[in-house]
Design a protein around this ligand. Structure first.
Ligand SMILES: [Zn+2]
Length: 243
């Protein structure tokens, strides 16, 4: 995957494609089939052409809006890291938790293991800066862009020096849903511990707000997952009743 430029396929330049594309859009009511409510602009091959998917078979076609189509592209592209020799540890915890301390514990070879961390990216760009919260908005964005580029490389299985281990830190409680990893390590000092660090001045005041946001997002995510599980159970029960 990757070298194959899907849009250059003769399929998309054929009269058959234009016809079948219209039929698929009409069948799906002109709406994105992922249920986002947006109008569909693209007709997508469910099994991609480069993986042997049928080009003109309606059962292999789905209407998608541009954002959902892009997301599907990212999901497909992101699988390369699975075949790469680099093993990825995803270290997740609230802002103010010592994620880099956990990385130092896990690090096997400091000279060659890869560490992708927002604060480290910021420090590499702006020497002497310790906390990304102390950075101006644009500086923080620049550090974030460097981090995102590194994660993009990691997804594609491209890792500098062919590091055999990578430690990726995130302060997003839902990181495991969208970042690549082989193992997740959660660092959870608990909200009271972080608030105490703020009160005693060991952390800048902004970490109070950041930590509160993290723990609230974690609660929301857990409730969302529970709701999805309940919906699936209902669906399974309905199917059993009708069977
Ligand atoms: Zn959509």
């Amino acid at each position: 995957m990757g070298k194959w430029d899907a849009l250059s396929s003769p399929v998309y330049h054929s009269a058959t494609w234009r016809r079948v594309r219209k039929v698929a859009l009409a069948r799906d009511g002109g709406l994105c089939v992922r249920g986002c409510g947006r109008a569909a602009r693209d007709v997508d091959h469910i099994v991609p052409l480069q993986d042997g998917g049928a080009p003109f078979d309606l059962s292999n076609l789905q209407s998608l809006c541009r954002p959902c189509h892009n997301r599907k592209g990212q999901e497909t592209q992101s699988q390369e890291w699975r075949r790469a020799p680099t093993r990825i540890w995803l270290i997740v915890g609230p802002p103010g938790a010592d994620l880099l301390g956990k990385v130092r514990e896990l690090l096997v070879n400091p000279a060659s293991d890869l560490v992708i961390d927002s604060d480290l990216c910021a420090r590499a760009i702006f020497e002497g800066v310790c906390w990304s919260a102390e950075l101006g908005r644009e500086d923080a964005l620049e550090a974030q862009m460097v981090r995102n580029r590194l994660i993009g490389d990691l997804r594609r299985g491209v890792v500098p020096r062919l590091a055999t281990r990578c430690y990726l830190t995130s302060t997003n409680p839902q990181a495991a849903r969208f970042l690549p990893y082989h193992e997740v390590v959660e660092v959870d000092p608990g909200l009271p511990a972080i608030l105490l660090d703020v009160e005693t001045g060991r952390l800048p005041a902004i970490f109070r707000e950041l930590a509160l946001r993290y723990y609230q997002a974690k609660v929301d995510a857990d409730e969302g997952a529970a709701k999805r599980n309940r919906a699936e159970l209902h669906l399974a029960a309905d199917l059993e009743e009708t069977a």
